[in-house]
Design a protein around this ligand. Structure first.
Ligand code: WTA
Length: 632
């Protein structure tokens, strides 16, 4: 049986089969992979606990499915083209066979450092092939990787290392980001002052900056790997053994470690990759995400390799050396499927058509969008000028927690409607719930987006705290997985995501909890109290607006205070979370019971001056007036 759907009719048939008999549907798909031992049961689940097990009793190793399985036929096929940050630097390419041996060498190095099945390994790396090799090497020996985006600060890194109790960190001396170089190793050294679980650090030399090495703890990647044998037996894993942890932000508290397991994640990322992008033999796929986010995990590393694809890995940024870089790379590698975020599309739109028109984009067949709602103007520009009106736009809605794409067109087979993610993939059963938690059955409605049935790559738990998983995702609406998003369903049953309905904001496709940013601001000595909200931003989708009550005994200038507050966010989370606007206020609008009325602050951030709805519970209405008068 093939994984591939080849028409909308086939999609409809598959969808029906997947809901009528999910176990047969997913069992047949799982059977196309390589298992050491077949599963006992396809699915065992209960959303109330929550408990979800797919292919339980099955034994496998995901890396044998990504590499070994392809070697005979595809050993010499390119797995990745690596495009460096500097277009004049040397590009690299790696075949399936070389990738296999590099992974095995790295896996042996991890073993030599005492890393065993179940141990956690933190990966804090630039977009280099060695990062991908490291990820797969962990999976080879059953170590659980926790990748931390290299734009996070040392404090954020330390939090994640400590939560996962990682034994090993794999990093680089630094990274190239456009014209800048960022010294990663220093951040790791700072982080490790606050971590005692880490015994070893492997450092890849990426920018040649002679990073300080701590004798006994730090190892040079290349030297260490060189001496290792180039084959390594894959660790047999249970389907439900942990594959990785990935931290993501929620409404409250520190980011939580979303846990994905081996069997289901394997089946779903490969299935969704092939169907959404309609990848065909010899195509070149390019996902511009960073490996530090779920999109990079599922559609740079796992999905494409499981499907035996050839992909591009890009070290740089869309605007370096100029805003034509994405299109130059598409032309250079004859990219067939291109997958990026609306924020990048909006930024590149601004550069004008002259830039785009310098490049030949004939090779493109499918163009994708991910990470945030795509506005109509950006959708149309992408469709007209990048896809030249002949490539379907797949607007893929999904989440760190869902592991893979949930709502999307399947290449050219599905009907398209700008700004609508569209229909659920086979196996995905979305529902919209109303304010009372009742399912809305009609079309042309709006509600809270939930899932009523498990799919193979649903998160299994939040690391170290199962109750948190239950409370955040499975308790708002008993018996359902709650996504945190609001959505519309149009007359034809197509879904359109409205956005988050909780205190999560989406800035350039990056997820932050407003509470997390407030916590970072509040560490500053000037800050007494703060409230952060999102507001519409032309390029980033949402911008960050912070209202801060400060203690200014020394009459410091407002500019200096704002800078200090910004620095606290950079230190606590990273530059990516820096507020776009900070307003110093004398008080925050609160209810008599002391709750901050964020609804009002959101309206002010959107530019509203008078209409705030019901304000009868406000303790001191004059606070609102003052904030409005000085809003930015
Ligand atoms: C948002 C990224 C609209 C949504 C894969 C979701 C989207 C959050 C889309 C998850 C889309 C993602 N249209 N909104 N196509 N894709 N989102 O965990 O709010 O980084 O809940 O996963 O991004 O972000 P995350």
């Amino acid at each position: 049986m093939s994984l591939r759907i080849n028409s909308f009719e086939e999609y409809q048939i598959s969808y029906e089969e997947s809901t009528l008999n999910p176990e047969k549907f997913w069992g047949d798909i799982a059977a196309t992979f390589q298992w050491n031992k077949k599963w006992d049961t396809v699915l065992d689940w209960n959303f109330s606990e929550p408990r979800v097990k797919w292919f339980d009793g099955g034994k496998m190793n995901i890396t044998e499915n990504m590499l070994d399985r392809h070697l005979e036929k595809k050993g010499d096929q390119i797995a990745f083209y690596w495009e460096p940050n500097d277009p004049n630097a040397k590009q690299k390419r790696i075949t399936y066979s070389t990738l296999y041996h590099e992974v095995c060498k790295t896996a042996n190095a991890l073993k030599a450092l005492g890393i065993k099945k179940g141990d956690r390994v933190c990966i804090y790396m630039p977009m280099v092939l060695e990062a991908i090799v490291s990820i797969i090497a962990c999976a080879r020996i059953g170590a659980v990787h926790s990748i931390v985006f290299a734009g996070f600060s040392s404090t954020a890194l330390a939090d994640r290392i400590n939560d996962a109790q990682a034994k090993l960190v794999i990093t680089a001396d630094g990274l190239n980001r456009g014209a800048k170089k960022i010294h990663l190793k220093q951040m790791v050294d700072d982080a490790l002052k606050a971590c005692n679980s880490v015994t070893d650090v492997i450092v890849f030399d990426c920018i040649n900056c002679n990073a300080d090495m701590l004798e006994g703890r730090d190892h040079d990647y290349t030297t260490l790997i060189q001496q290792m044998p180039d084959t390594c037996k894959a660790e047999p894993m249970d389907s439900e053994d942990l594959l990785f942890i990935l931290y993501t932000s929620g409404s409250t508290g520190k980011p939580k470690g979303v846990v994905h397991t081996c069997g289901g994640y394997m089946v779903y990322t490969s299935y969704s990759f092939e169907n959404v992008f309609q990848y065909e033999e010899n195509d070149v796929f390019w996902c511009t995400a960073d490996i530090g986010w779920i999109t990079g995990h599922s559609y740079i590393v796992y999905g494409p390799l499981l499907s035996g694809a050839t992909s591009v890995v890009f070290e740089g940024i869309p605007t370096y050396p100029d805003s034509g870089r994405f299109w130059a790379v598409c032309e250079k590698y004859n990219v067939n499927q291109f997958y990026t975020a609306p924020t990048a599309i909006r930024a590149l739109m601004g550069a004008g058509l002259e830039v785009v028109n310098q490049y030949n984009l004939e090779s493109l067949k499918v163009i994708g969008s991910v990470g945030e709602p795509i506005n109509e103007e950006a959708w149309q520009w992408y469709y007209d000028h990048i896809g030249k009106k002949k490539c379907p736009v797949v607007d893929t809605w999904w989440q760190t927690e869902t592991g893979g794409i949930m709502l999307s067109g399947l290449g050219a087979h599905s009907p398209m409607n700008p700004t609508h993610a569209g229909y659920p993939l086979p196996g995905i059963q979305p529902v919209l719930l109303d304010n009372n938690g009742a399912v809305i059955h009609e079309n042309d409605v709006e509600g809270y987006l939930c899932m009523k049935f498990p799919w193979p790559s649903v998160l299994r738990t939040t690391y170290g705290d199962h109750n948190r998983c239950k409370n955040v995702y499975f308790s708002n609406y008993e018996g359902y997985y709650f996504t945190g998003d609001g959505a519309k369903r149009d007359r034809n049953g197509m879904y359109r995501i409205i956005g988050r309905v909780d205190d999560v904001i989406n800035v350039s496709g990056h997820r932050f909890g407003t509470a997390e940013i407030e916590d970072a601001i509040n560490t500053n000595e000037f800050a007494i109290e703060s409230a952060v909200v999102g507001y519409p931003h032309a390029i980033k989708g949402q911008g960050i607006y912070a209202y801060v009550v400060v203690n200014d005994a020394n009459q410091t200038t407002t500019e200096a205070i704002k800078n200090a507050l910004m620095n606290s966010v950079t230190a606590g989370i990273g530059k990516i979370a820096k507020p776009d606007k900070i307003q110093i206020v004398s008080g925050l609008p609160k209810t008599r019971s002391g709750k901050i009325m964020r609804r009002i602050l959101r309206k002010i951030a959107e530019g509203e001056k008078t209409e705030f709805g019901d304000t009868s519970t406000l303790l001191d209405p004059s606070v609102v007036e003052e904030i409005v008068n000085h809003s930015i």
